[in-house]
Design a protein around this ligand. Structure first.
Ligand SMILES: [Zn+2]
Length: 148
């Protein structure tokens, strides 16, 4: 196969895997796993890891967080806009079933509409933030010197 052909076959295969590959996890309810499988593969891996992390929380005796809505304040949730271990924990072990069909749909839609651009856009927003003024930078530098 010519190098160019090989390259395009590789990326086609990667795209195929991205949309069809499914993670397998033991110890997670079939209902949750079915939902996770609807996401792009890299997202399945992240969600799978968070769902598994709940077991670790249980082993350490950590209680469910008492979340009553899908608005967790943890770093992972805010960075990736994805279900985190606290949401999974609450859903799996308390009476509040946060992960309703419409909740899953909300997260899925995010990827169906713009794929991973959802993160790229967030990056652009960050870059657009106003640059520090010369004076602010100078005071930053001064502070660095002071800490030495
Ligand atoms: Zn969270």
């Amino acid at each position: 196969m010519a190098p160019n052909q090989k390259k395009s076959a590789d990326s086609e295969y990667a795209a195929f895997e991205f949309h069809t590959k499914k993670i397998s996890i033991v110890g997670i309810g079939r209902d949750i796993l079915d939902k996770i499988h609807k996401f792009p593969f890299p997202v399945q891996q992240m969600l799978g890891a968070k769902a598994c992390a709940v077991e670790g929380r249980i082993e350490k005796g950590k209680p469910a967080t008492g979340l009553t809505s899908l608005d967790c304040s943890c770093l992972f949730y805010h960075f990736y806009l994805l279900l985190c271990r606290y949401i999974f924990h609450e859903h799996m072990y308390s009476i509040t079933k946060l992960l309703t069909t419409s909740a899953w749909r909300r997260f899925l839609q995010m990827f169906q509409e713009c794929g991973f651009e959802v993160y790229i856009r967030r990056e652009i927003v960050k870059v657009d933030a106003p640059e520090k003024t010369k004076a602010e930078r100078a005071s930053d530098n001064q502070r660095k010197v002071c800490y030495k």
